[in-house]
Design a protein. Sequence first.
Length: 249
Amino acid sequence: MNIFYDVDTQHDFMDKDGALYVPGAEDIKPNLKKLTDYASASSHPIRIIGSMDVHHGTSEYKSMEGELNRYGGPFPDHCMIGTRGQEKIDETTPYSSSYYKKREKMREDIPRERFTHYSLDDKASLDEIKETDRAKSPHSNEYYNDQGYNVFFQKQSFDIFTNPDFETFLKEASVKEAVVYGVATDYCVKAAVLGMQKRGIQCYVVTDAIAAVTPETGKSALEEMVNAGAKLTTTNEVLAGKVFEEYNK
C-alpha cells in the first residue's frame, strides 16, 4: 500500500493565532488542500494516514505529558483535547473517515475522522480488544485494507512511533511508500520520515507543503531525511502523477 502521510495539520500549529504556530504554516495551506483533494478525488483514492497531537493537561495524564511546560517540558499548552486548536484545519480534513478510540467501540456520531489513542501508561495487549469489536477496530485486516478510511493516530510526543498502533498499522497494511507533508519539518515531520525510512518505507517529502520552526533547523532536517534515503518532491509533481504513478494508470 502507498499512502499520503499528513503530519499534525492542526489549528494550534497552522494558524497564526495558534498556541504553537509554526512560522510559514499559513502559507502552505493551499498546497495542503490540493494534496488532500487529490488523494480524495483520485479515480483510485489514495489513503490518507496521519498524526495528531493530543494533550490532556490533567494530573491523571501527567506521566505522558512531558512536552508541556506545566510538567517541566519545553512547550506551552497546545492541542489540548476538546479545543479548536487540537482540531484539524479544513484544508486537510478528509472526506471519508470515522473515529476510533483504542479499546472502545466505534463511535458513529463523529463522522469525519478516525483516531487511535495510546497512553504511555497503557500497556494493554492488542489481544485484549474484545473479539466482538475486532471487525471495527484498526487491528483487523479488513480495516487495514479498506481504502475508504483515513486514519489519524494520536500522540503526546513529537515522534509518532511513541504510538505503537502506528507501527502495527504500517506492518499490517504493508505500507511501501509515503508522500509526507505537514508540520513541523524539524520535529514531527523529521521523526516520522526517519522512522518510516528506518522501517523500509520510501518517503517523498513535499517541500512546498511543510514548514519549519526555524530555517536553519528546517534545512538540516531535510538534509538528515535525504541522507536517510527520503526523496524530495513538490505539490505540482505529486499532482502531475510523478509520485505513485500506478494510481494514474
